[in-house]
Design a binder for this molecule. Structure first.
Ligand SMILES: Cc1cc2nc3c(=O)[nH]c(=O)nc-3n(C[C@H](O)[C@H](O)[C@H](O)COP(=O)(O)OP(=O)(O)OC[C@H]3O[C@@H](n4cnc5c(N)ncnc54)[C@H](O)[C@@H]3O)c2cc1C
Length: 489
């Protein structure tokens, strides 16, 4: 039997990996391949690049140094590696994102031309996006219905890794190539006016790789799962799993997380949170445009601020100097750790959209640049949820009051003390980053929340009216489900 190729992407582990089972069964040896695709990694910031480089380095160690890393367009690289190794099968975990799905089709066509086949097996989700259908056969528009369907259908149990003999062909790149200078403002879709904003490597990134992922899971189950349902919204308690970067790169599969969590109140809540991840991937699969455009028609009519004053307000937000403590703590945690607590993400995002009246896509881009767990589906839809233009049905009436949120979720100011009172953590410079200065904490607020709340409501009402005149019921959609969805957050 000739060799088979296992093309790794966002499934960077060796156990519980159905695609690897397929590769092992299809060849007498398996060539483990990773492709550095400039279209994927060009626009990625240094935090995710570093985390990925370390994850790949660990994978290479586990493979006894046999990981083949090549740079280029996968439609050229993958068939070339298959031909060099005599492989007739290339196994992958399916990708459901807009670019990934297109790329895989192109690779499949190129392989077919040389008599080889691309076999997509499994997914990074509990259930493959696009699989679950409503009673009427359509896609799910709201989360609660999706969750019910997901729980009804269930998911596979984790499986042990197969016994595999790995073999190698030559590579032309290395994981550390990811550590080269990232894009600069003005390149890769980054606004040129971000020049001067802190865009370098965070000082305290989590440790990457499967060993660290399993250790984090073990710690969470042992110390935090019992109180997760009560404390998960409290950023100062640090009571969540922090598994998101590992789930993003596939160091862990969500089914392993749920198996380790077992049963109980904490496990139930964790299942719901992981279901949001699945749901957003499903929404993106059905509506790829939702990565860039508002899901609700009225969102296209929203009026955003631009110009010099708007840029200065963005800068205050991005550097954690708005004067609103919870917002500033969130934005400083982002710069310091490349990760932000979920409640703080929601409050900071709401502030950008509803207090500063800036386009959610600008904030989403900033988050994606810095987040070590930056994920197109979860990030863009998290932002749309906050902006009121997404799947949520209680859209614009929910305007977080940043100070009341602080009082409710960080009453002892533990989170604010850690990230704001400490005076701003240093941000490590890297070659491609602009000068990184985080301002001193400020008591002066950049805008008055009460006034901006009124302004936001007026703009949302105006946008809905314009949408209605255009013949889009838009904003009316889904109001029926509002209270249920709201209660869940
Ligand atoms: C504006 C905004 C942007 C976001 N961007 C991202 C992103 O780029 N990548 C990302 O993984 N998550 C994103 N989220 C969702 C959520 O904030 C993070 O998944 C969570 O904070 C990760 O921390 P954790 O692992 O400790 O979560 P836990 O509370 O321990 O939850 C376990 C897992 O469930 C999933 N999860 C939890 N909440 C959500 C959610 N609301 N949506 C989707 N999945 C969820 C994550 O995979 C998470 O690791 C965003 C949320 C908002 C409001």
């Amino acid at each position: 039997m000739p060799a088979a190729v296992m093309w790794f992407r966002r499934d960077l582990r060796l156990d519980d990996l159905p695609a690897l089972d397929v590769a092992a069964a299809a060849g007498d040896a398996v060539v483990p391949l990773f492709v550095l695709d400039p279209r994927v990694y060009g626009p990625v910031g240094p935090n995710r690049r570093r985390f990925l480089a370390c994850t790949l380095a660990e994978l290479d160690r586990q493979l006894g140094g046999k990981l083949v890393v090549r740079r280029g367009d996968p439609a050229d690289v993958v068939p070339a590696v298959a031909a060099e190794s005599g492989a007739k099968t290339v196994a992958i975990t399916a990708d459901f994102g807009p670019y990934g799905a297109r790329r895989d089709r192109a690779v499949g066509v190129a392989l077919a031309r040389q008599g080889a086949v691309l076999r997509a097996v499994g997914s990074p989700y509990l259930v493959e996006p696009g699989t679950l259908r409503s009673a009427g056969g359509g896609r799910f528009a709201v989360f609660t219905a999706y969750l019910r369907a997901l729980e009804r259908v269930g998911w596979e149990a984790p499986s042990p890794g197969p016994l595999v003999r790995f073999t190698q062909v030559g590579g032309d790149a290395a994981p550390d190539d990811l550590l080269g200078p990232p894009a600069r403002p003005g390149e890769q879709g980054l606004p040129a006016w971000w020049r001067g904003l802190p865009m370098g490597l965070a000082a305290r990134l989590p440790t990457a790789g499967t060993a660290a992922a399993h250790a984090a899971l073990g710690r969470f189950v042992q110390h935090s799962l019992g109180t997760y349902a009560q404390l998960r919204d409290n950023p100062g308690a640090d009571a969540t799993s922090r598994l998101s970067p590992y789930l993003h790169f596939g160091s862990l599969h969500p089914r392993s997380v749920l198996e380790a969590a077992g049963t109980g109140k904490g496990a139930d809540r964790l299942r719901t949170e992981l279901a949001w991840r699945d749901f957003y991937a499903d929404v993106l699969w059905h509506q790829p445009r939702s990565a860039r455009e508002p899901l609700q028609a009225f969102g296209r009519h929203l009026r955003w601020d631009s110009g010099g004053a708007a840029r200065r307000r963005f800068e205050a937000w991005a550097t954690g100097t708005t004067g609103y403590e919870l917002v500033d703590a969130a934005m400083r945690q982002l710069l310091d750790e490349g990760w932000v607590h979920n409640r703080a993400r929601m409050v900071a995002a709401s502030f950008l959209v509803k207090d500063l009246h800036l386009d959610w896509r600008l904030g989403a881009r900033w988050f994606l640049w810095h987040l070590v767990d930056g994920d197109l589906a979860s990030n863009q839809h998290g932002w749309q949820w906050v902006a009121g233009t997404g799947t949520d049905a209680a859209p614009f009436h929910r305007i977080f009051n940043p100070e009341l949120q602080r009082q409710r979720f960080d009453p002892e100011r533990a989170y604010v003390r850690r990230y704001v009172d400490a005076g701003g953590h240093p941000v490590e410079e890297d070659a491609g980053a602009a000068a990184a200065t985080i301002g001193a904490p400020t008591m002066e607020v950049v805008v008055d929340h009460a006034a901006e709340r009124r302004e936001a409501l007026a703009r949302f009402a105006e946008a809905r009216q314009s949408a209605a005149m255009d013949g889009h019921p838009g904003g009316q959609r889904g109001v029926r489900h509002g209270s249920r969805e709201r209660a869940g957050r």
